[in-house]
Design a protein around this ligand. Structure first.
Ligand code: SAM
Length: 227
């Protein structure tokens, strides 16, 4: 394991052990989550409610194919969606067993029989080419240490005509977030440079995919691509 991988794993291992704290922040359900969303990301409660909808809307309400989510983290954002997709076959992958243990427990509590979990590295996915109809990635690419490998692998495992979608931090769109990323998230090992800008992300995805749309809300970039 190289240094950056182990640093990231340590950071998320600590977070995984306090899954409730992470969930409260990402769901904006605690005071700390609300303050961080507002101060760091500049999102009021309406914008914050919209971002999850923006991120998940490419998954059709009647989706019934094979879906890969990477990284699943604690599953707090997506397992409720999966409970509405009983005909889908869902595989969740994360590098951190500690983060994913929270997701596994949550899936068990929700009796989700169509969701399986795999520990692994997005840069070397343990699946054959063209295995999935949809690859979903929320808040992962700003953390992954090898972005080129992550973009290559997520495309490799996607079927032709399949959808790659999700969201992550983009640089240069909202100065206050850029400051916190530089001074807090990178030093703590949660985010790993280099970061995409909205323009560089659109360029990269258009080079890889038949269709690619990118939009942002402050420093959160959303994408939907078709292979
Ligand atoms: C900010 S969390 C996002 C989790 C979840 N998608 C969410 O939005 O709540 C970032 C996740 O990326 C995972 N991660 C970091 N590097 C990874 C890699 N190389 N392969 C797979 N997962 C990785 C971390 O373990 C962590 O769970």
């Amino acid at each position: 394991m190289n240094d950056r991988h182990s640093e990231i794993q340590r950071s998320y291992q600590q977070l995984g052990g306090i899954g409730n704290l992470y969930d409260g922040i990402i769901m904006r359900s605690t005071l700390l989550g609300k303050v961080m969303d507002s101060v760091i990301w500049g999102l009021d409660k309406h914008a914050a409610a919209r971002w999850l909808n923006d991120a998940l809307s490419p998954v059709a309400a009647d989706f019934a194919g094979r879906l890969l989510e990477v990284p699943v983290g604690t599953g707090v954002l997506t397992l409720p969606l999966y409970s509405t997709l009983p005909a889908a076959q869902i595989t969740c992958l994360d590098y951190s067993p500690d983060m994913m243990e929270n997701a596994r427990r949550r899936a068990d509590a929700m009796n989700l029989n169509n969701v399986s979990f795999v520990q692994g590295d997005v840069g070397s996915l343990p699946f054959p080419d063209e295995s999935f109809d949809l690859v979903l990635s929320l808040n992962g690419f700003h953390a992954f240490p090898d972005k080129d490998a992550a973009f290559r692998e997520t495309k490799r495992v996607l079927k032709k005509g399949g959808v790659f979608c999700g969201c992550f931090y983009i640089a240069g769109a909202f100065a206050r977030t850029d400051w916190f990323v530089r001074h807090l998230y990178v030093p703590k090992g949660f985010f790993t440079p280099p970061f995409e800008t909205k323009e560089s992300l659109a360029r990269r995805l258009r080079g890889l995919y038949r269709e690619a749309e990118v939009h942002n809300v402050n420093a959160e970039g959303f994408f939907r691509c078709v292979k």
